[in-house]
Design a protein around this ligand. Structure first.
Ligand SMILES: [Mn+2]
Length: 314
């Protein structure tokens, strides 16, 4: 599979790399890491990244402005995206060939080549392994920029090497990546330093959240609460992982009110939640998923279903 992908890359002069909407560190990390890898391997090729820019990741990299005609004859590679609907650039089919590289469980098959490895911690880990498979790079330290992107993606999707998706492969990748000089401190600071207001919000949520007998917990974060703590919807969603240690908890959701919808940020320690996410206009992993409700009634219906799902799980 890796060789097939490298063969495709060798055949095209222009390569456009995409990833999912509402990017996370692994989406950007795998996208930008793959770009650096291809540029290193083939300095003459044009490699572009497309997708909406997210200020949160400006410290990492920025997207290119890719013109429609640049898709013509190009190889398009989509990273970290299980289904076509979540690809952040609807022009993904305008290229001459399409490749998918992803670690989510297969939900939507697309592309001329699909490399899906649900056992990988992250797509960044897979891109690292693509790099590691290349003969001419054996024994060489990775390029610092590439290493920085891939390391960031792995750190993001493993919760700093704490989640059970962290394996020997993950540490093998990290071990070689950190042989390149880049600031790990900067990554941790940008991604995890919590401000005072975030700590206050976390305290508020932890003291008000109630774990139901089923093991489900739902945290309501309407605009009034966000305003009170002076955080935006994105910042509020960032503390969703702070709850895993609560007594008796099986699965939980943050209901975060945005301008046009209520985002349902779900996490689980047992019941598989991705199917429920799909039912509510979303998707994701069995233990981490995201969805949307468009009214509070719909959000309530979702909460009931989460409760039932947890109740059925033993
Ligand atoms: Mn990922």
């Amino acid at each position: 599979m890796k060789n097939e992908i490298l063969d495709y890359i060798a055949q095209y002069d222009r390569i456009i790399i995409l990833r999912h909407v509402r990017p996370d560190p692994d989406a950007i990390g795998s996208q930008a890491g793959l770009m650096e890898l291809i540029k290193w391997l083939h300095p003459d090729k044009t490699v572009l990244m497309s997708g909406e820019s997210d200020p949160e990741f400006d410290f990492l990299t920025r997207m290119d402005q890719v013109k429609d005609e640049e898709f013509e004859g190009a190889l398009v590679i989509v990273c970290d995206t299980a289904n076509r609907e979540r690809i952040d650039d609807e022009r993904f089919q305008k290229g001459a060939a399409l490749i998918k590289i992803d670690h989510h469980p297969m939900v939507d098959s697309f592309g001329d080549v699909e490399w899906v490895d649900a056992k990988a911690s992250s797509t960044s880990e897979m891109v690292y392994e693509l790099f590691d498979s290349i003969e001419s790079f054996q024994g060489k330290p990775p390029k610092p920029e590439m290493a920085r992107y891939l390391y960031t993606g792995i750190v993001g999707d493993t919760g700093r090497f704490r989640f059970p998706n962290t394996t020997e492969r993950t540490f093998a990748a990290a071990a070689r990546l950190v042989s390149a000089p880049f600031s790990r401190e900067e990554i941790y600071e940008k991604m995890y330093m919590k401000s005072e207001k975030m700590l206050r919000l976390e305290g508020y949520v932890l003291s008000s959240v109630e774990v139901k007998p089923s093991g489900a917990a739902v945290v309501h974060l309407p605009k009034s609460v966000l305003e009170r703590f002076r955080v935006d919807a994105k910042e509020a969603a960032a503390i969703v992982n702070s709850f895993s240690a609560l007594e008796g908890l099986k699965a939980w959701a943050f209901l975060v009110e945005e301008d046009d919808q209520i985002r349902l940020r779900m996490r689980s320690k047992g019941p598989e939640i991705h199917k429920l996410a799909e039912k509510y206009h979303g998707g994701g992993h069995p233990m981490a998923a995201g969805a949307s409700a468009f009214t509070w009634e719909e959000a309530e219906a979702f909460s009931k279903e989460l409760d039932t799902l947890c109740g059925q799980f033993v």
